[in-house]
Design a protein around this ligand. Sequence first.
Ligand SMILES: C[S@@+](CC[C@H](N)C(=O)[O-])C[C@H]1O[C@@H](n2cnc3c(N)ncnc32)[C@H](O)[C@@H]1O
Length: 237
Amino acid sequence: MIKPYYKDKWVTIYNGDCREILPELEVTDVIITDPIWPNTTIKLAGSERPYSLFREFCSRIPKTTKRLIIQLGCDSDPRFLRTIPSWLPYLRSCSLEYTIPSYKGNVLNTGDFAFVFGQAPQWQKDRQLMPGICRSNYVEKLFQKHNFTHHIHERRAPAAKEVIDSLPHPCTRRLQHLYWLVHFFSDIQVVDPFMGSGTTLIAAKYLNRKAIGIEIEEKYCGLAVKRLSQEVFDLGL
Ligand SMILES: C[S@@+](CC[C@H](N)C(=O)[O-])C[C@H]1O[C@@H](n2cnc3c(N)ncnc32)[C@H](O)[C@@H]1O
């Protein structure tokens, strides 16, 4: 078994290829991940062949996985997901808005989508109503500033005291969105095989889930450990 790059009571990080490490892990609950997108323009490991990377990842998902959540851009082709095994049936999709509507060329951009596969989560008192759209507090303010009147129920998430756009990873996701996905779709454990800067693990740790991350680039493992050690959360903005 491969040695972890980092381990504490809640979090384990492996530096390596998820196609080799994932089959070795005991996945008892949920995989939440943001793989290399099919329409990526960013240079990252695997960005020259996202389809085969994702297909090979899918073929190595442990059968004990209850749920799989894949984050893609709203302009990413969801047919990318067709190699997800049939024992993880489609459950639902969630819109993860992080920008006011704006055009990327001729395509309207509003943020990302999370596609959920596998077993439905168990009923729990504080997660009866699953919001269809998840906006961060920051985005909600932008909507107000620009006089968008369409307000949607959402669970407020803690805002980390960090400016993600200044992090040295090119595609760090919104912590608020990961907080929401972890809260609604996991119970005890979250595994992120394309961990990047560790956003999923930070949300999982905050919500008292055991978290495992796998990342092929050592520099991003170091970044995730640094972010996890800061542990500064603020329940407001
Ligand atoms: C889209 S980024 C994930 C960003 C992450 N959600 C965050 O908030 O920082 C995908 C990551 O997967 C990593 N990666 C690519 N191929 C991999 C592989 N075979 N195994 C593990 N990680 C891989 C890349 O280095 C990159 O950091």
